[in-house]
Design a protein around this ligand. Structure first.
Ligand SMILES: C[S@@+](CC[C@H](N)C(=O)[O-])C[C@H]1O[C@@H](n2cnc3c(N)ncnc32)[C@H](O)[C@@H]1O
Length: 213
């Protein structure tokens, strides 16, 4: 009897997981901020699925203008703002105003707002001028954009990147909106990027790319 219960619970969890993944794939949409607060700030996420891999590929950020697209609750932007130093600037954009508000609060508490610019806007139309950024970072965000608009979002990232600027993307599984690496490479090429570097570890990859002009 106990064993049957065990299988029942496992089966229900498995079905729930498949349903969430399917829903994320078929109807991509921004993750609600309350869920982000839990999933994006817990220690496992921050240590393994956090910013380290993306920021390693982004290189030394000191003095640079670095934009994170889809900041969520600001965990990664806070680290970016620390790394750019006094001479650099960190920028963040999110389509959800609640996420931007939480990010602002986080950066203010850390005394980092003087070197940070935030905007509530869509990744498809960002409020920064052409070639104004040295780096653009996207972590676990592109898959939340409907598939028909993903190349457009990458082109918009390419628009704000300056000559020699780098786009860095991290995706991890089992994010319901996970985009497999081979698909991501295809999207980047379609958007006019050349691949610079790929870093993979179990359940996660980071990829850096430069616009081919
Ligand atoms: C899963 S969260 C990741 C947040 C952050 N990058 C991190 O890893 O901690 C993805 C974020 O992308 C944002 N997002 C989704 N679609 C967007 C769009 N079209 N334009 C701007 N932000 C978007 C969501 O609102 C959400 O806050």
């Amino acid at each position: 009897m106990k064993r049957q219960w065990g299988w029942g619970v496992l089966g229900a969890l498995g079905l729930g997981f498949v349903a969430v993944r399917l829903n994320g794939k078929l109807r991509p949409k921004p993750m609600p901020v309350n869920i982000e607060r839990f999933f994006l700030t817990n220690p496992l996420r921050v240590s393994y699925f956090g910013y380290r891999d993306a920021l390693r590929l982004a290189g030394d950020l000191k003095g640079l203008r670095v934009l994170e697209v889809g900041v969520g609750v600001g965990v990664i932007l806070e680290e970016i703002a620390k790394r750019v130093g006094d001479s650099g600037q960190a920028f963040g954009v999110d389509v959800q105003s609640d996420a931007v508000a939480i990010t602002e609060q986080r950066l203010s508490q850390g005394g980092l707002m003087s070197r940070t610019g935030l905007a509530t806007a869509n990744a498809l139309e960002m409020p920064w001028t052409d070639q104004s950024m040295n780096r653009v970072i996207m972590v676990a965000m592109l898959g939340e954009i409907p598939s028909a608009h993903r190349v457009e979002a990458l082109k918009e990232a390419g628009r704000v990147l300056n000559e020699g600027g780098k786009l860095v993307i991290t995706e991890f599984w089992p994010d319901p909106h996970y985009i497999p690496l081979s698909r991501m490479v295809g999207l980047l090429r379609e958007a006019g990027f050349g691949i610079v570097d790929i870093h993979q570890k179990p359940l996660l990859y980071s990829i850096s790319a430069k616009r081919e002009r």
